[in-house]
Design a protein around this ligand. Structure first.
Ligand code: NDP
Length: 453
Protein backbone atom coordinates (compact mmCIF):
# COMPACT_ATOMS: atom_id res chain seq x y z
CA UNK A 1 0.00 0.00 0.00
CA UNK A 2 1.42 3.44 -0.90
CA UNK A 3 1.83 5.84 2.01
CA UNK A 4 -0.06 9.14 1.96
CA UNK A 5 0.18 12.15 4.28
CA UNK A 6 -3.56 11.97 4.94
CA UNK A 7 -6.46 9.67 4.18
CA UNK A 8 -8.71 12.49 3.04
CA UNK A 9 -8.01 16.01 1.82
CA UNK A 10 -11.13 18.15 1.48
CA UNK A 11 -11.06 21.36 -0.54
CA UNK A 12 -13.76 23.70 0.75
CA UNK A 13 -15.10 24.03 4.29
CA UNK A 14 -18.72 24.69 3.41
CA UNK A 15 -21.69 22.68 4.58
CA UNK A 16 -20.88 19.63 2.46
CA UNK A 17 -17.11 19.62 2.96
CA UNK A 18 -17.35 20.04 6.71
CA UNK A 19 -19.87 17.22 7.04
CA UNK A 20 -17.72 14.89 4.93
CA UNK A 21 -14.56 15.80 6.86
CA UNK A 22 -16.16 15.32 10.28
CA UNK A 23 -17.76 11.99 9.48
CA UNK A 24 -14.64 10.63 7.78
CA UNK A 25 -12.56 11.69 10.81
CA UNK A 26 -15.06 9.98 13.10
CA UNK A 27 -14.52 6.79 11.09
CA UNK A 28 -10.84 7.11 11.98
CA UNK A 29 -9.52 8.79 8.84
CA UNK A 30 -6.73 11.34 9.03
CA UNK A 31 -8.32 14.43 7.49
CA UNK A 32 -7.20 17.89 6.40
CA UNK A 33 -9.58 20.55 5.10
CA UNK A 34 -8.50 23.64 3.17
CA UNK A 35 -10.63 26.79 3.06
CA UNK A 36 -9.56 29.96 1.29
CA UNK A 37 -12.30 32.24 2.60
CA UNK A 38 -14.43 31.64 5.69
CA UNK A 39 -15.40 28.37 7.33
CA UNK A 40 -19.07 27.57 6.82
CA UNK A 41 -19.23 28.25 3.12
CA UNK A 42 -21.81 30.15 1.13
CA UNK A 43 -24.81 29.03 3.16
CA UNK A 44 -23.48 30.16 6.51
CA UNK A 45 -21.40 33.15 5.44
CA UNK A 46 -23.20 34.76 2.50
CA UNK A 47 -26.23 32.68 1.67
CA UNK A 48 -29.08 30.93 3.45
CA UNK A 49 -28.39 31.96 7.03
CA UNK A 50 -27.63 35.69 6.72
CA UNK A 51 -30.31 35.87 4.01
CA UNK A 52 -32.93 34.46 6.37
CA UNK A 53 -31.88 36.98 9.03
CA UNK A 54 -32.43 39.78 6.51
CA UNK A 55 -35.78 38.23 5.59
CA UNK A 56 -36.84 38.32 9.24
CA UNK A 57 -35.77 41.96 9.45
CA UNK A 58 -37.76 42.84 6.35
CA UNK A 59 -40.96 41.32 7.72
CA UNK A 60 -41.21 43.66 10.70
CA UNK A 61 -42.52 46.39 8.41
CA UNK A 62 -45.72 44.41 7.89
CA UNK A 63 -45.90 43.51 11.58
CA UNK A 64 -45.73 47.14 12.68
CA UNK A 65 -48.42 48.02 10.17
CA UNK A 66 -50.64 45.12 11.19
CA UNK A 67 -50.33 45.84 14.89
CA UNK A 68 -52.58 48.87 14.56
CA UNK A 69 -55.44 46.62 13.49
CA UNK A 70 -55.12 44.81 16.81
CA UNK A 71 -55.26 48.03 18.81
CA UNK A 72 -51.56 48.74 19.21
CA UNK A 73 -50.36 52.28 18.82
CA UNK A 74 -46.63 52.75 18.59
CA UNK A 75 -44.60 55.64 17.28
CA UNK A 76 -43.40 55.61 13.67
CA UNK A 77 -40.83 52.80 13.57
CA UNK A 78 -37.45 53.55 12.09
CA UNK A 79 -34.96 51.09 10.67
CA UNK A 80 -31.18 51.17 10.94
CA UNK A 81 -29.33 49.15 8.31
CA UNK A 82 -25.99 49.30 10.12
CA UNK A 83 -27.44 47.77 13.27
CA UNK A 84 -28.91 44.90 11.27
CA UNK A 85 -25.68 44.23 9.38
CA UNK A 86 -23.52 44.42 12.52
CA UNK A 87 -25.76 42.04 14.44
CA UNK A 88 -25.98 39.69 11.47
CA UNK A 89 -22.18 39.74 11.17
CA UNK A 90 -21.68 38.82 14.80
CA UNK A 91 -24.12 35.91 14.49
CA UNK A 92 -22.31 34.68 11.37
CA UNK A 93 -18.96 34.96 13.20
CA UNK A 94 -20.43 32.87 16.04
CA UNK A 95 -21.63 30.22 13.59
CA UNK A 96 -18.29 30.18 11.83
CA UNK A 97 -16.69 29.39 15.17
CA UNK A 98 -19.14 26.57 15.76
CA UNK A 99 -18.07 25.07 12.43
CA UNK A 100 -14.40 25.44 13.33
CA UNK A 101 -14.95 23.84 16.72
CA UNK A 102 -16.88 20.95 15.23
CA UNK A 103 -14.10 20.25 12.76
CA UNK A 104 -11.50 20.36 15.52
CA UNK A 105 -13.59 18.19 17.85
CA UNK A 106 -13.88 15.58 15.11
CA UNK A 107 -10.10 15.65 14.72
CA UNK A 108 -9.97 17.18 11.22
CA UNK A 109 -7.22 19.72 10.67
CA UNK A 110 -8.17 23.05 9.09
CA UNK A 111 -5.78 24.75 6.67
CA UNK A 112 -6.69 28.39 6.12
CA UNK A 113 -5.76 28.97 2.52
CA UNK A 114 -6.27 27.84 -1.01
CA UNK A 115 -5.49 24.31 -2.15
CA UNK A 116 -5.09 23.19 -5.76
CA UNK A 117 -5.25 19.66 -7.13
CA UNK A 118 -1.99 18.55 -8.75
CA UNK A 119 -2.73 14.93 -9.45
CA UNK A 120 -4.89 12.00 -8.39
CA UNK A 121 -3.36 11.96 -4.90
CA UNK A 122 -1.67 15.34 -4.55
CA UNK A 123 -2.76 18.83 -3.60
CA UNK A 124 -0.54 21.87 -3.39
CA UNK A 125 -1.02 24.92 -1.17
CA UNK A 126 -0.04 27.81 -3.48
CA UNK A 127 0.76 30.26 -0.68
CA UNK A 128 3.41 28.05 0.90
CA UNK A 129 4.20 25.69 -1.97
CA UNK A 130 3.59 22.76 0.39
CA UNK A 131 2.51 19.49 -1.23
CA UNK A 132 0.22 17.09 0.59
CA UNK A 133 -0.58 13.59 -0.58
CA UNK A 134 -3.96 12.04 0.13
CA UNK A 135 -5.51 8.66 -0.48
CA UNK A 136 -8.75 10.46 -1.39
CA UNK A 137 -9.37 14.07 -2.43
CA UNK A 138 -12.81 15.61 -2.06
CA UNK A 139 -13.78 18.71 -4.03
CA UNK A 140 -16.40 20.68 -2.11
CA UNK A 141 -15.78 24.21 -3.32
CA UNK A 142 -19.42 25.08 -3.99
CA UNK A 143 -20.47 27.73 -6.44
CA UNK A 144 -20.08 31.42 -7.13
CA UNK A 145 -22.28 34.03 -8.81
CA UNK A 146 -22.14 33.58 -12.59
CA UNK A 147 -21.09 36.46 -14.81
CA UNK A 148 -24.19 36.37 -17.02
CA UNK A 149 -25.90 38.39 -18.38
CA UNK A 150 -23.49 40.53 -20.35
CA UNK A 151 -24.60 44.09 -21.09
CA UNK A 152 -22.92 47.47 -21.33
CA UNK A 153 -22.22 48.62 -17.78
CA UNK A 154 -22.34 45.10 -16.30
CA UNK A 155 -19.51 46.09 -13.97
CA UNK A 156 -21.92 48.33 -12.07
CA UNK A 157 -23.97 45.33 -10.94
CA UNK A 158 -23.31 43.66 -7.59
CA UNK A 159 -23.98 40.01 -6.79
CA UNK A 160 -25.59 38.48 -3.72
CA UNK A 161 -22.09 38.38 -2.15
CA UNK A 162 -21.97 42.16 -1.87
CA UNK A 163 -25.60 42.48 -0.75
CA UNK A 164 -24.66 41.30 2.73
CA UNK A 165 -22.22 44.16 3.23
CA UNK A 166 -23.76 47.18 1.54
CA UNK A 167 -22.72 50.34 3.34
CA UNK A 168 -26.25 51.61 3.30
CA UNK A 169 -29.68 50.44 2.27
CA UNK A 170 -30.35 51.78 -1.21
CA UNK A 171 -33.39 54.00 -1.68
CA UNK A 172 -34.02 52.30 -5.03
CA UNK A 173 -32.83 48.95 -6.36
CA UNK A 174 -33.13 46.99 -9.57
CA UNK A 175 -32.64 43.24 -9.46
CA UNK A 176 -31.98 41.05 -12.50
CA UNK A 177 -33.27 37.46 -12.43
CA UNK A 178 -36.33 35.49 -11.50
CA UNK A 179 -34.84 32.66 -9.42
CA UNK A 180 -34.51 32.07 -5.69
CA UNK A 181 -31.95 34.79 -5.05
CA UNK A 182 -33.57 37.55 -7.11
CA UNK A 183 -37.00 36.91 -5.65
CA UNK A 184 -35.74 36.65 -2.07
CA UNK A 185 -33.68 39.85 -2.25
CA UNK A 186 -36.54 41.74 -3.89
CA UNK A 187 -38.70 40.82 -0.88
CA UNK A 188 -35.96 41.78 1.58
CA UNK A 189 -35.25 45.18 0.06
CA UNK A 190 -38.90 46.06 -0.46
CA UNK A 191 -39.70 45.11 3.14
CA UNK A 192 -36.91 47.35 4.39
CA UNK A 193 -38.30 50.29 2.44
CA UNK A 194 -36.37 50.21 -0.83
CA UNK A 195 -38.29 50.99 -4.00
CA UNK A 196 -37.61 47.72 -5.79
CA UNK A 197 -37.76 46.69 -9.44
CA UNK A 198 -37.36 43.09 -10.55
CA UNK A 199 -36.41 42.47 -14.19
CA UNK A 200 -36.86 38.91 -15.42
CA UNK A 201 -36.43 37.58 -18.96
CA UNK A 202 -39.23 34.97 -18.79
CA UNK A 203 -43.02 35.17 -18.62
CA UNK A 204 -43.28 34.35 -14.90
CA UNK A 205 -40.86 34.36 -11.96
CA UNK A 206 -39.44 31.15 -10.47
CA UNK A 207 -39.33 28.86 -13.47
CA UNK A 208 -39.74 25.24 -12.40
CA UNK A 209 -42.19 25.98 -9.57
CA UNK A 210 -45.93 25.38 -9.75
CA UNK A 211 -47.58 27.98 -11.99
CA UNK A 212 -50.17 29.04 -9.40
CA UNK A 213 -47.40 29.86 -6.95
CA UNK A 214 -45.41 31.71 -9.56
CA UNK A 215 -48.35 33.90 -10.47
CA UNK A 216 -49.32 34.22 -6.80
CA UNK A 217 -45.92 35.54 -5.77
CA UNK A 218 -45.91 38.00 -8.66
CA UNK A 219 -49.30 39.35 -7.63
CA UNK A 220 -48.27 39.57 -3.97
CA UNK A 221 -45.08 41.40 -4.92
CA UNK A 222 -46.95 43.86 -7.12
CA UNK A 223 -49.46 44.45 -4.31
CA UNK A 224 -46.51 45.31 -2.06
CA UNK A 225 -45.31 47.89 -4.55
CA UNK A 226 -42.49 45.87 -6.12
CA UNK A 227 -42.31 46.56 -9.83
CA UNK A 228 -42.15 43.15 -11.52
CA UNK A 229 -41.05 43.54 -15.13
CA UNK A 230 -41.37 40.31 -17.14
CA UNK A 231 -40.18 39.25 -20.59
CA UNK A 232 -37.49 41.91 -20.52
CA UNK A 233 -33.73 42.07 -20.01
CA UNK A 234 -31.33 44.83 -19.05
CA UNK A 235 -29.66 46.25 -22.15
CA UNK A 236 -27.34 48.73 -20.49
CA UNK A 237 -26.51 50.43 -17.23
CA UNK A 238 -24.96 53.90 -17.33
CA UNK A 239 -23.56 55.48 -14.23
CA UNK A 240 -23.98 59.20 -13.63
CA UNK A 241 -22.55 60.11 -10.27
CA UNK A 242 -24.17 57.78 -7.76
CA UNK A 243 -27.17 57.09 -9.97
CA UNK A 244 -27.53 54.27 -12.46
CA UNK A 245 -29.62 54.71 -15.60
CA UNK A 246 -30.99 51.34 -16.63
CA UNK A 247 -32.18 50.71 -20.16
CA UNK A 248 -34.29 47.61 -20.81
CA UNK A 249 -34.71 45.53 -23.95
CA UNK A 250 -38.01 47.26 -24.84
CA UNK A 251 -36.24 50.65 -24.83
CA UNK A 252 -37.81 51.74 -21.53
CA UNK A 253 -35.51 53.28 -18.94
CA UNK A 254 -35.46 53.94 -15.24
CA UNK A 255 -33.06 55.19 -12.60
CA UNK A 256 -31.81 53.25 -9.64
CA UNK A 257 -29.27 53.43 -6.83
CA UNK A 258 -28.27 49.78 -6.84
CA UNK A 259 -28.20 47.14 -9.54
CA UNK A 260 -28.02 43.53 -8.42
CA UNK A 261 -27.57 40.61 -10.76
CA UNK A 262 -28.92 37.26 -9.59
CA UNK A 263 -28.92 35.37 -12.86
CA UNK A 264 -27.66 32.07 -11.53
CA UNK A 265 -24.59 30.60 -9.88
CA UNK A 266 -21.87 28.47 -11.41
CA UNK A 267 -19.66 25.70 -9.98
CA UNK A 268 -16.49 27.06 -8.44
CA UNK A 269 -13.88 25.00 -10.28
CA UNK A 270 -11.80 27.91 -11.57
CA UNK A 271 -8.06 27.47 -11.04
CA UNK A 272 -8.49 24.28 -9.03
CA UNK A 273 -6.25 22.22 -11.30
CA UNK A 274 -8.99 19.72 -12.04
CA UNK A 275 -8.79 19.55 -15.83
CA UNK A 276 -4.99 19.30 -15.68
CA UNK A 277 -5.38 16.41 -13.22
CA UNK A 278 -7.64 14.59 -15.64
CA UNK A 279 -10.94 15.26 -13.83
CA UNK A 280 -13.80 15.48 -16.32
CA UNK A 281 -15.85 18.66 -16.20
CA UNK A 282 -19.27 19.15 -17.76
CA UNK A 283 -21.58 22.06 -18.53
CA UNK A 284 -20.68 25.25 -16.62
CA UNK A 285 -17.42 23.44 -15.68
CA UNK A 286 -19.23 21.37 -13.07
CA UNK A 287 -17.38 18.31 -11.81
CA UNK A 288 -18.95 15.20 -13.31
CA UNK A 289 -19.57 12.49 -10.71
CA UNK A 290 -21.34 9.15 -10.45
CA UNK A 291 -24.03 8.18 -7.96
CA UNK A 292 -21.36 7.82 -5.25
CA UNK A 293 -20.02 11.33 -6.01
CA UNK A 294 -16.90 9.83 -7.57
CA UNK A 295 -15.23 11.53 -10.54
CA UNK A 296 -13.59 9.72 -13.45
CA UNK A 297 -10.36 9.82 -11.41
CA UNK A 298 -11.01 7.06 -8.87
CA UNK A 299 -9.32 8.84 -5.94
CA UNK A 300 -11.09 12.17 -6.48
CA UNK A 301 -14.69 12.80 -5.40
CA UNK A 302 -16.89 15.90 -5.49
CA UNK A 303 -20.04 16.92 -3.63
CA UNK A 304 -22.39 19.89 -3.39
CA UNK A 305 -22.85 22.83 -5.75
CA UNK A 306 -19.54 22.20 -7.51
CA UNK A 307 -21.23 19.18 -9.10
CA UNK A 308 -24.30 21.23 -10.15
CA UNK A 309 -26.77 18.47 -9.31
CA UNK A 310 -29.28 19.84 -6.79
CA UNK A 311 -27.81 23.09 -5.51
CA UNK A 312 -29.23 23.14 -2.02
CA UNK A 313 -27.30 23.06 1.26
CA UNK A 314 -29.15 20.09 2.76
CA UNK A 315 -28.30 18.14 -0.39
CA UNK A 316 -24.60 19.00 -0.10
CA UNK A 317 -24.70 17.79 3.50
CA UNK A 318 -26.45 14.59 2.42
CA UNK A 319 -23.86 14.04 -0.30
CA UNK A 320 -21.02 14.72 2.17
CA UNK A 321 -22.42 12.20 4.63
CA UNK A 322 -23.00 9.59 1.91
CA UNK A 323 -19.47 10.10 0.60
CA UNK A 324 -17.93 9.59 4.06
CA UNK A 325 -20.14 6.56 4.77
CA UNK A 326 -19.28 5.02 1.39
CA UNK A 327 -15.54 5.67 1.34
CA UNK A 328 -14.56 5.56 5.02
CA UNK A 329 -17.45 3.78 6.73
CA UNK A 330 -17.70 0.76 4.43
CA UNK A 331 -21.38 1.55 3.89
CA UNK A 332 -21.86 2.32 0.19
CA UNK A 333 -24.62 4.96 0.12
CA UNK A 334 -26.32 6.56 -2.86
CA UNK A 335 -28.07 9.89 -2.44
CA UNK A 336 -31.67 10.15 -3.54
CA UNK A 337 -32.00 13.31 -5.60
CA UNK A 338 -35.78 13.10 -5.92
CA UNK A 339 -38.68 14.39 -3.82
CA UNK A 340 -36.90 17.44 -2.50
CA UNK A 341 -38.80 19.80 -0.23
CA UNK A 342 -37.71 23.39 -0.80
CA UNK A 343 -38.71 26.91 0.13
CA UNK A 344 -38.23 30.34 -1.35
CA UNK A 345 -38.03 32.91 1.43
CA UNK A 346 -39.97 35.54 -0.38
CA UNK A 347 -42.67 37.39 1.55
CA UNK A 348 -45.11 35.72 1.23
CA UNK A 349 -43.08 32.54 1.47
CA UNK A 350 -43.24 29.68 -0.96
CA UNK A 351 -42.90 26.01 -0.04
CA UNK A 352 -43.02 23.08 -2.40
CA UNK A 353 -42.45 19.34 -2.57
CA UNK A 354 -43.15 16.83 -5.31
CA UNK A 355 -44.41 17.50 -8.80
CA UNK A 356 -45.83 20.75 -10.11
CA UNK A 357 -49.34 20.54 -11.49
CA UNK A 358 -48.04 20.75 -15.06
CA UNK A 359 -45.58 17.86 -14.51
CA UNK A 360 -48.09 15.82 -12.53
CA UNK A 361 -50.63 16.12 -15.37
CA UNK A 362 -48.11 14.62 -17.74
CA UNK A 363 -47.23 11.80 -15.33
CA UNK A 364 -50.72 10.95 -14.01
CA UNK A 365 -53.73 10.91 -16.35
CA UNK A 366 -56.12 10.71 -13.37
CA UNK A 367 -54.70 13.69 -11.54
CA UNK A 368 -56.88 15.35 -8.94
CA UNK A 369 -56.07 18.91 -7.92
CA UNK A 370 -57.15 20.17 -4.51
CA UNK A 371 -56.77 23.87 -3.94
CA UNK A 372 -57.49 26.21 -1.05
CA UNK A 373 -57.09 29.95 -1.24
CA UNK A 374 -58.08 32.12 1.67
CA UNK A 375 -57.36 35.20 3.70
CA UNK A 376 -55.47 34.20 6.84
CA UNK A 377 -57.22 34.91 10.14
CA UNK A 378 -54.53 37.34 11.21
CA UNK A 379 -55.16 39.48 8.13
CA UNK A 380 -58.83 39.95 8.99
CA UNK A 381 -58.06 42.45 11.77
CA UNK A 382 -54.89 43.84 10.30
CA UNK A 383 -56.68 44.58 7.04
CA UNK A 384 -53.77 43.27 5.00
CA UNK A 385 -54.75 42.07 1.53
CA UNK A 386 -52.87 38.84 2.10
CA UNK A 387 -53.88 35.47 0.66
CA UNK A 388 -52.69 31.97 1.38
CA UNK A 389 -52.63 29.41 -1.41
CA UNK A 390 -52.35 25.66 -0.86
CA UNK A 391 -52.43 22.89 -3.42
CA UNK A 392 -52.43 19.13 -3.10
CA UNK A 393 -51.95 17.01 -6.19
CA UNK A 394 -53.25 13.46 -5.98
CA UNK A 395 -52.92 10.55 -8.37
CA UNK A 396 -56.56 9.43 -8.68
CA UNK A 397 -55.50 5.90 -9.64
CA UNK A 398 -53.59 5.22 -6.39
CA UNK A 399 -54.81 8.08 -4.14
CA UNK A 400 -51.16 8.95 -3.56
CA UNK A 401 -50.25 12.59 -2.96
CA UNK A 402 -47.67 13.50 -5.61
CA UNK A 403 -47.23 17.20 -4.97
CA UNK A 404 -47.88 19.80 -2.28
CA UNK A 405 -47.42 23.52 -2.79
CA UNK A 406 -48.00 26.53 -0.61
CA UNK A 407 -47.68 30.28 -0.82
CA UNK A 408 -48.09 32.07 2.49
CA UNK A 409 -46.73 32.52 5.98
CA UNK A 410 -44.67 29.57 7.27
CA UNK A 411 -44.79 27.73 3.93
CA UNK A 412 -41.17 26.65 4.47
CA UNK A 413 -41.97 25.18 7.89
CA UNK A 414 -45.04 23.39 6.60
CA UNK A 415 -43.41 21.92 3.55
CA UNK A 416 -40.73 20.32 5.71
CA UNK A 417 -43.43 18.15 7.30
CA UNK A 418 -45.26 17.61 4.03
CA UNK A 419 -41.95 16.30 2.71
CA UNK A 420 -42.04 13.54 5.33
CA UNK A 421 -45.59 12.61 4.31
CA UNK A 422 -44.73 12.41 0.64
CA UNK A 423 -41.58 10.42 1.42
CA UNK A 424 -43.80 7.96 3.33
CA UNK A 425 -46.10 7.67 0.33
CA UNK A 426 -49.09 9.28 2.07
CA UNK A 427 -52.46 9.04 0.33
CA UNK A 428 -55.23 11.59 0.24
CA UNK A 429 -57.16 9.27 2.57
CA UNK A 430 -54.31 9.63 5.10
CA UNK A 431 -54.71 13.39 4.97
CA UNK A 432 -58.51 13.08 5.24
CA UNK A 433 -58.48 10.92 8.35
CA UNK A 434 -56.20 13.36 10.17
CA UNK A 435 -58.04 15.75 12.47
CA UNK A 436 -57.63 19.45 11.82
CA UNK A 437 -55.81 21.72 14.24
CA UNK A 438 -58.14 24.68 14.48
CA UNK A 439 -57.72 27.55 13.83
CA UNK A 440 -54.55 27.26 11.80
CA UNK A 441 -53.70 27.75 8.18
CA UNK A 442 -52.18 24.27 8.05
CA UNK A 443 -55.55 22.66 8.79
CA UNK A 444 -56.48 23.30 5.17
CA UNK A 445 -54.15 20.43 4.22
CA UNK A 446 -56.57 18.00 5.87
CA UNK A 447 -59.88 19.69 5.07
CA UNK A 448 -59.72 19.99 1.29
CA UNK A 449 -62.56 17.69 0.21
CA UNK A 450 -63.46 18.41 -3.40
CA UNK A 451 -60.99 18.49 -6.24
CA UNK A 452 -61.13 21.63 -8.36
CA UNK A 453 -59.79 19.76 -11.38
P1 NDP B 1 -31.55 30.34 -10.24
O1 NDP B 1 -30.98 29.38 -11.18
O2 NDP B 1 -32.59 29.93 -9.27
O3 NDP B 1 -32.14 31.59 -11.04
C1 NDP B 1 -31.39 32.27 -11.99
C2 NDP B 1 -32.30 33.28 -12.64
O4 NDP B 1 -31.56 34.10 -13.53
C3 NDP B 1 -33.40 32.62 -13.45
O5 NDP B 1 -34.56 33.37 -13.30
C4 NDP B 1 -32.84 32.69 -14.87
O6 NDP B 1 -33.84 32.74 -15.85
C5 NDP B 1 -32.13 34.02 -14.83
N1 NDP B 1 -31.06 34.09 -15.82
C6 NDP B 1 -30.11 33.16 -16.08
N2 NDP B 1 -29.29 33.57 -17.06
C7 NDP B 1 -29.73 34.78 -17.43
C8 NDP B 1 -29.31 35.71 -18.41
N3 NDP B 1 -28.26 35.47 -19.18
N4 NDP B 1 -30.02 36.85 -18.54
C9 NDP B 1 -31.08 37.11 -17.75
N5 NDP B 1 -31.52 36.26 -16.80
C10 NDP B 1 -30.86 35.12 -16.64
O7 NDP B 1 -30.29 30.98 -9.54
P2 NDP B 1 -30.11 31.91 -8.27
O8 NDP B 1 -28.91 32.71 -8.61
O9 NDP B 1 -31.36 32.61 -7.91
O10 NDP B 1 -29.77 30.86 -7.15
C11 NDP B 1 -28.75 29.88 -7.34
C12 NDP B 1 -29.10 28.60 -6.66
O11 NDP B 1 -28.92 28.76 -5.27
C13 NDP B 1 -30.55 28.17 -6.84
O12 NDP B 1 -30.73 27.38 -7.97
C14 NDP B 1 -30.81 27.39 -5.60
O13 NDP B 1 -30.49 26.07 -5.86
C15 NDP B 1 -29.87 27.99 -4.57
N6 NDP B 1 -30.60 28.84 -3.62
C16 NDP B 1 -31.54 28.28 -2.81
C17 NDP B 1 -32.24 29.06 -1.91
C18 NDP B 1 -33.28 28.43 -1.04
O14 NDP B 1 -33.29 27.22 -0.92
N7 NDP B 1 -34.18 29.21 -0.44
C19 NDP B 1 -32.00 30.49 -1.80
C20 NDP B 1 -31.02 30.97 -2.71
C21 NDP B 1 -30.35 30.17 -3.58
P3 NDP B 1 -34.52 31.41 -16.45
O15 NDP B 1 -35.41 30.91 -15.38
O16 NDP B 1 -35.26 31.95 -17.62
O17 NDP B 1 -33.41 30.49 -16.80
Amino acid sequence: MPQFDVDLFVIGAGSGGVRAARIAAQYGAKVKVAEEYRVGGTCVVRGCVPKKLLVYASRYADEFEDAAGFGWQAGTPTFDWNTLIARKDSEIARLENVYRTNLAKAGAELIEGRAVVEGPHTVVLPTTGERITARVILIATGGRPGDQPHFAGREHAVSSNEMFHLERRPARATIIGGGYIAVEFAGILAGLGTQTTLVYRGPHLLRGFDDDLREGVEKAYRDKGIEVILNRTVERADKHGDILHITLSDGSAHETDLLMSAAGRVPYTQGLGLAASGVALGAKDAVIVDEFSRTNVPSIYAIGDVTDRVNLTPMAIREGQAFADSVFGERPTRVDHTLIPTAVFSTPELGTVGLTEADARRAYPDLQVYRAEFRPLKATLSGRAERVLMKLLVDGATDKVVGAHMLGESAGEQVQLLGVLLAMGATKADFDRTLAVHPTAAEEWVTMRTPVA
